[in-house]
Design a protein around this ligand. Sequence first.
Ligand code: HEC
Ligand code: HEC
Length: 528
Amino acid sequence: MAAIRFLGLVLVLVTADLAAQQPDTERGRQVYERWCAACHAVDGAGEGPAAGYMLPRPRDFTRGIYQIRTTPGGDIPTDDDIMRMINEGMPGTTMPGWQDQLSRADRQAVLEYIKSFYPPFETMAAPEPIDFGRAPRVSDDRLEEGRIFYDSIECWQCHGDTGRGYGSSAPELEDDWGYPIRAVDLTKNWKFNGGGSVEEIYRRLRTGMDGTPMPSFSDLLDADFMTEDQLWSLAHYVRSLAPDRPPRVREVIRADRVEPGEVPTTVADERWDEVESFYIPLVAQIIVLPRWFDPSVDAVWVQALHDGNEIALRVTWHDRSESPHPNWMQWQERVLEVMEPREGDLDPAPRPDRLAVQFPRSIPSGMERPYFLMGTSDNPVYLWQWSSTDDAEPAQARGMTEIEPLGGSIASDARWEAGRWQVVLTRSLEPEDTSNRLTFERGTAIPIAFYVWDGDNGEEGTRGAISSWYFIYLLEDAPISTYVTPLMAFFLTGGLGLVVVARAQKRERALETASEGPDPTTPTGRNP
Ligand code: HEC
Ligand code: HEC
């Protein structure tokens, strides 16, 4: 009697459970097909209609391989791990966060649904998260110890000595699906897929990033090669390669005034170390055909000085190779193969790295500016063009494909070192020929924009990375630091930025939405 009652109870429970589950699976499918399938595909295999425009490609859920876990390398993730990625997204990729977009119930339903693409989730035992312990405090000794392990474990093979992602293995790396994958630039921790804190870095070192060449180093602990405490030192060292806070974007680049003849014209001049750096984010050029969805350069840092006669800009950006470099030809071939077919043919070839700095031909009276993508036929722009294989020269552009040199040259000095380009461009404030060339006036906000091409990434012409318009402001008087306190300088530039921003019309919305998320930056003064 009791047994029958028990059976009845079980049946009731089971049917209630089924009833509760049925609509949930349906709900999970609906949420998935509406919000996720464009990238991850209806069948969960990762090749949705939008997938061909992105690297890394959207995750293929049918193999149960997840990057960001608390479980050992090779294990399936916990539900909490997957939920965290759904909530927060993956910085440095196109994977968005859904916390504010979808209700908790919808996120739970879609989580269950993506697990259903890999049936072993149902039969395998619930995975055990690793006990990571707590981060010890950072100290100089610890950072030194971490550096020693960075060298002995040979992280530099992929990430490079300075961490900028240019190691000797970097051009060959591919993920488990055969797509080219970049060794992360460790100096930009705000782009780490799993988060940039020391705790998150330590977790990635313990778990590895399954599906990518980034290994797990837990076996080094098991083999007594190093202790957990030493692995924490390594995590602290990696954290120290990036600035304390992500860089801040400001609208106005300040060009301080120095004594006549004191403008530094070489990259290596130590006076640049004292000059504030302004961080300018770049995004993919996806407006003019052929477009380019996978630029490798995501920002430049700009420093500027003038002495009343001449102006010099030092532009710094991270680039994994000095293009054209033979070791990177195979990278270019692979990237063009997976990114190009949708946008027309481009053969792999030795291509230089390029930089273009864009100005209007004359300072606009109001806030009107030429079209930010290299002007138009009736409102051209004035350019400084630099390339890793040629002298820098002035040019005029009437659109991205109508660029003609203006004759003459721009003084330049350039150096690629350890995953970073630095280029100094110098010109007199007043050009000899003022017809098509900008005269730099002091005390006024002058529009400026930047373009960068990474030749070894197959970039040239319309395929590259772009910024929207910013401003450069040449201070009237002698070095600001000699008579105002740094605090005043802060208010001065901060205030100026606000005025300029308030007056700016016609912001390039299209450009902003093309960017992959909140724009990060470097703390002032710090050398990128
Ligand atoms: C715009 C494209 C896009 C959309 C839309 C998108 N994803 Fe993703 N997703 C990606 C990409 C790209 C990756 C892989 C990033 C990588 O490999 O670094 C990814 C990875 C993931 C991962 C793997 C995390 C890990 O640890 O490996 C999960 C889980 C995920 N997405 C869930 C979802 C869900 C759920 C939705 C819909 C609510 C969704 N995604 C919508 C692009 C997208
Ligand atoms: C065989 C090449 C290789 C080696 C060796 C290697 N990495 Fe990586 N690492 C990668 C790749 C590739 C990625 C990017 C994975 C991605 O974007 O999904 C990466 C990503 C990372 C990340 C970013 C994690 C995140 O959340 O995005 C950190 C931090 C990192 N590696 C640190 C290290 C350290 C420290 C070492 C040495 C102990 C090391 N790596 C050794 C290839 C390597």
